[in-house]
Design a protein around this ligand. Structure first.
Ligand SMILES: [Cu+2]
Length: 568
């Protein structure tokens, strides 16, 4: 090889260089981002154009109909890792096309590094200003101001339908993150957003709130008999590296089917339960975009609607690309660990291999079309006009000419298979399986959380984040898996404390008792608590009052939620 590989380093590495006096790498990165953001929106290299490929502005069948997805991105199917891999390559090309930025590479936010787990988001992504060429400029990585209108043609214009919020964001709109709101499609929403954001005027304090939220998501744990058990996003990133094949590693839909298939005849979880890469990915989207992790003292800041929390405009917040670069690095780590650096395999016609799965068909794709490694990754094209496919981006070094610097989780790949196995061994000996959450009835993204109430104290077992489009209601083409389920491993001591009689399926209209341990499930959406069976007498989840009450009745089918407790 004559051409050296370009290396994607972590944003933390660039920051460390900067702080030691080697300012150029971070300065060049800022210059490149400033450059692509300032290009005319019609320019194919402009950030407005590239950021908009992911979701809005919509095109194709999804332009004016919620039967289809109007963005090009893939979620909930096997193209999730490869589509986003090509997406990052295209943004990186644009950054390198800016004059003087030819050596820039896209950094990753190393989300599982010690500093992220302790402090949250690296400062380069949140600081208000940056010093560039002797001038103080607004930090290009902190937000993006839309140069053009994005008009939502899917939702009711007047905003009278609470299940169809208007997602219009006009020229001059600036992307926001937790704890702020960015829902401004109608006069009513605009007013509510103004009132909400008026409570969070201190930009520095907002960054602190955001970082605390990230720290909570990455490192949450439960305490059983004085021992800590991680239920956190960092652990999910580690666990996903053990997925045995690409299909179930790649997305939530396939993994859900796989985990159902693995069960033993008596209903207990089989040995091969997996965590898909998409799961921790979803969690960070919602952590940045606007959900608090449900700890014991959960006090959600309701009305936080940051762009990262919904697929519609997530791609227009610059942090999206630093997050996805980490996700792509974890994809590569999985490939190295499982021996798939030069080929990938897809289980044909498995759930998660159909255009109708999860989000609905992307522009130009018919409903009920099979997705394979040869499916075009629209709109990404080779120079000769051929569409890129997943086959073109399996080996990042050989096919795409880049690699990643040494970051966190690396130790789980090289020679420490046994250590990784040991880490998870003894932890999963039982599970709480929640089924029957009707995704169709919930607007936007939501969380499913499980709790155990032990000795009158509520313990958080885990949270599954479901990243969604705003308008899934009535999407007949998103036929499959409208019923979402989630599996929460039980810590060994907790599982051991359960009597076999406690195992089985329980309707969650009442609390599920198992000896002196009770289980609770909470579904939390944009409008507050949609479902909760948490017993009284323990710290209660704060509800949003009016909106939540309305949502509960609108989401009456939530009473189909069931929990199955499995003990091995
Ligand atoms: Cu994403």
């Amino acid at each position: 090889m004559t051409n050296a590989l370009r290396v994607r380093r972590s944003i933390q590495e660039l920051q460390a260089d900067y702080e030691k006096g080697n300012k150029q790498p971070l300065e060049d990165l800022m210059r490149a981002w400033k450059g692509v953001k300032e290009l005319p929106p019609e320019d194919p290299r402009s950030f407005f154009m590239i950021g908009g490929f992911h979701g809005e502005p919509f095109r194709g069948g999804g332009w004016g109909s919620n039967l289809y997805w109007g963005g090009y991105c893939h979620h909930g199917n096997i193209l999730f890792p490869t589509w986003h891999r090509m997406y990052l390559v295209k943004l990186e090309e644009a950054l390198r096309s800016i004059q003087g930025c030819e050596d820039v590479t896209l950094p990753y936010w190393d989300e599982t590094s010690d500093d992220s787990i302790r402090q949250g988001i690296p400062w380069a992504l949140t600081a208000e200003n940056f010093e560039l060429d002797g001038k103080t400029i607004p930090n290009p990585l902190r937000s993006f101001v839309f140069p053009k209108n994005i008009v939502d043609n899917v939702s009711a214009d007047d905003g009278t339908d609470p299940n169809s919020p208007n997602y219009t964001k006009l020229r001059g709109y600036e992307t926001v993150r937790y704890p702020l709101s960015g829902l401004v499609g109608t006069d009513k929403d605009r007013k509510a957003t103004e009132e909400h954001n008026a409570k969070f005027k201190d930009a520095k304090k907002n960054v602190e709130i955001l970082n605390q939220n990230i720290v909570d998501w990455l490192g949450s744990f439960v305490v059983i008999n004085g021992e800590k058990f991680p239920t956190n996003v960092a652990q999910k990133y580690k666990d996903c590296l053990n997925a045995p094949n690409y299909t179930v590693f790649s997305n939530m839909t396939s993994a859900q089917q796989w985990n159902d298939d693995q069960k033993n005849p008596d209903g207990t979880p089989g040995p091969g339960t997996v965590v898909p890469l998409e799961s921790p990915h979803n969690s960070i989207h919602l952590a940045v975009g606007g959900f608090e992790t449900p700890k014991d003292d959960w006090s959600p800041i309701d009305g936080a609607n940051g762009d990262m929390g919904e697929n519609d405009t997530a791609g227009l917040d610059p942090i999206f690309f630093f997050h996805h670069c980490h996700v792509d690095r974890v994809f590569w780590l999985w490939q190295k660990k499982q021996g798939f650096t030069d080929h990938l395999e897809v289980i044909g016609q498995y759930p998660g291999t159909n255009s109708a799965d999860n989000q609905g068909p992307t522009p130009g794709v018919a409903p009920n079309t099979w997705l394979t490694l040869d499916t075009p990754l629209d709109p990404f094209k080779h120079e000769d006009g051929r569409p890129y496919t997943s086959q073109d981006c399996i080996n990042i070094e050989r096919q795409l000419g880049f690699t990643y610097s040494q970051g966190s989780l690396e130790g789980l790949v090289e020679g420490s298979h046994a250590a990784a196995a040991k880490e998870t061994k003894g932890r999963v000996t039982g599970a709480l399986h929640v089924t029957g959450v009707n995704r169709a009835r919930i607007r936007g993204s939501f969380l499913i959380s499980a709790f155990a109430v032990i000795d009158g104290k509520r313990q958080h077992l885990g949270t599954e984040a479901v990243l969604s489009r705003w308008n899934v209601q009535g999407c007949a083409n998103c036929q499959t898996h409208l019923e979402t389920s989630a599996t929460f491993p039980l810590p060994a001591d907790l599982a051991a404390a359960l009597t076999p009689a406690a195992a089985g399926t329980h309707a969650l209209t009442a609390v599920t008792p198992a000896g002196n341990i009770q289980f609770g499930v909470v579904v939390h959406g944009r409008d507050g608590v949609l479902f909760s069976n948490l017993p009284s007498g323990v710290p209660e989840v704060k509800s949003t009052g009016k909106l939540a009450a309305a949502s509960v009745s609108q989401n009456a089918p939530m009473n189909r939620i069931k929990a199955r407790i499995e003990v091995r």
